[in-house]
Design a binder for this molecule. Structure first.
Ligand code: ATP
Ligand code: MG
Length: 219
């Protein structure tokens, strides 16, 4: 489902990923961890097609991202949910609109968009805030809007970048339950985090990045 072959990513002299080979099968739940600057966000962005590798190639559902057209990439992304580390919410749209947008672009009927958006906002505990604008929300609330936007379309692949960094332990547990439910429905879930608390107690594959390499791949 997600395959990286000999992927190199550099920014100027900075070699962030150095000949990385990774295979993540359909339906896996995987953590990507490693110190700040290790390349976790870069790895997720490469998988999302938001960055291009300097060498090597990436296949998503057997589609080579090096060769894909912009329009095909847009179609592929409809199946991928991305929780951005910096949220990327639209400040002039309400919480409801920020989440609904992810469904509107798929062409779903407005009635279903409304129903699914309400459902998802309830799941992340944000129903009371649906008319609020992102700048008026706390960090944890903004993070949950970003999570709702990523999961509302029932993605086949969920890429979550430090998704619980701004949440308290109780909310972190709730969000992990949500991610596990999505995983149990058959989605492939990749979670980047440096939180040991998040990984502790969950038996699953963990890819550890360090200095451009995969330091460890276990589970
Ligand atoms: N667009 C960019 N231009 C230049 N350098 C970049 C860019 N994006 C990332 N980098 C560099 O690549 C390295 C890896 O960054 P990345 O954001 O992937 O790390 P990370 O593991 O997600 O870190 P954190 O845990 O702090 O989120 C860093 O040294 C960063 O400065
Ligand atoms: Mg990061």
């Amino acid at each position: 489902m997600i395959q990286l072959f000999q992927v190199v990513k550099t920014f100027g002299p900075n070699v962030v990923l150095n000949n990385i080979d990774v295979k993540i099968s359909k339906g896996e739940l995987v953590f990507v961890t490693g110190p700040s600057g290790a390349g976790k966000t870069t790895l997720l962005r490469l998988i999302f097609g938001a960055e291009r590798p300097c060498a090597g190639h990436i296949l998503i559902n057997a589609i080579n991202l090096n060769r894909i057209s912009r329009s095909k990439l847009a179609l592929l992304r409809r199946k991928i949910g991305f929780v951005f580390q910096d949220f990327k919410l639209l400040p002039h749209k309400t919480v409801f609109e920020n989440v609904a947008i992810a469904l509107e672009v798929t062409g779903l009927r407005p009635r279903l968009v409304r129903k699914k958006t309400h459902q998802t906002l309830r799941l992340v505990g944000l129903a009371p805030k649906e008319k609020a604008y992102p700048p008026s929300l706390s960090g944890g609330e903004q993070q949950r809007v970003a999570i709702a936007r990523a999961i509302v379309k029932d993605p086949l692949i969920l890429l979550a970048d430090e998704p619980t960094g701004n949440l308290d332990p109780d909310l972190t547990q709730d969000i992990m339950v949500l991610f596990r439910n999505i995983h149990q429905r058959g989605a492939t879930v990749v979670i980047a985090t440096h939180s040991r608390q998040l990984i502790a107690g969950i038996e699953c594959r963990t890819i550890v990045l360090n200095q451009g390499n995969i330091f460890e791949d276990m589970g």
